[in-house]
Design a binder for this molecule. Structure first.
Ligand code: NAD
Length: 261
């Protein structure tokens, strides 16, 4: 099977061609209200991706002392700026700013992260995973999916998308008893794990040999190396790597959302 890195490079070339054919280049604005190390790295990646496909990006970096009112004012301006096709507000926000209020202030037509409940766009991580599985001809219909984690940006939307693909979907979460989790894993044809704990899934579980495992987790091991939620080399048909897996699919999905915008 093609690696996610190869897949993403092919898709980016396709997007680049599409952008080259339109007279008005897609324009994304990224709003950052922190100086978080991880956010800086994610944003650098996003800006690089946008440049690679020939679209336009700009970063509005605000100090952590920015008030909620000031941020909402900026969002209103971006909502009404016809030169901006879509924008994202990078999380986390300072504690003094109400995240839910900010998400609801974004125009759903421009909400490239899919945060608003009426957003025209799917959140990037589940969308990226689904697009990859579809392009790789994963056989969804009538199969069992297990989504581990129930966050608003990954677990819940992922489960809904897989349900729409006619899978039988189970969601496991922090209150799922371990014996139930064991049984759900053993039945699953597809597992999407988004827990945020290294070695959460190990070969102690009894996987179907044909199982596909998509590892969303981003963790640091004791040597500060990036690892996912799964032990390496699970006894399954396919396991997405970390790094070089879902992170790349998420970045790709943001570009797809931008072109759609
Ligand atoms: P979260 O961090 O908000 O919540 C974790 C989820 O794990 C919760 O829903 C909780 O119910 C579940 N959970 C905790 N303990 C559990 C247990 N013992 N059994 C079953 N479920 C359990 O979730 P999130 O924001 O979706 O993030 C999850 C992980 O995915 C994090 O490591 C995050 O960094 C990573 N992530 C990666 C990307 C990417 O692009 N690669 C995108 C988003 C999130």
């Amino acid at each position: 099977m093609i690696t996610i890195k190869e897949y993403v490079n092919i898709k980016k070339k396709e997007l680049c061609e599409k952008v080259s054919l339109v007279s008005k280049k897609p324009h994304i604005t990224i709003v950052q209200v922190n100086d978080d190390y991880a956010s800086n790295a994610y944003i650098r990646g996003k800006l690089k991706d946008v440049e690679e496909i020939g679209a336009i990006s700009d970063l509005i970096k605000l100090p952590v002392t920015t008030t909620e009112e000031e941020l909402l004012k900026l969002i209103d301006k971006l909502n009404n700026d016809s030169s901006v096709d879509g924008f994202i507000v990078q999380l986390p926000l300072p504690k003094t700013i109400n995240e839910a209020k900010v998400k609801l202030a974004i125009n759903p037509q421009k909400d490239l992260d899919g945060f608003h409940p009426l957003s025209k766009f799917l959140p990037a991580t589940p969308k990226g995973i689904l697009t990859f599985l579809e392009d790789e001809q994963f056989d969804f219909e009538g199969k069992n999916a297990l989504v581990i984690g129930r966050s608003e940006i990954v677990g819940k939307p992922m489960a809904r998308l897989l349900l729409n693909k006619n899978m039988t979907v189970a969601i496991a979460h922090s209150k799922t008893p371990s014996n139930v989790l064991k049984d759900l894993v053993a039945m699953a044809d597809l597992i999407v794990v988004a827990v945020g704990k290294s070695n959460f899934l190990t070969n102690d579980f009894n996987f179907k040999k044909s199982c596909f495992v998509i590892d969303v987790g981003i963790n640091r091991d004791s040597d500060n190396k990036l690892v996912g939620d799964c032990e390496k080399d699970l006894k399954v048909a396919y396991q997405s790597p970390v790094p070089g897996g879902v992170g790349l699919l998420t970045r790709l999905a943001l570009l797809i959302n931008l072109l759609e915008a």
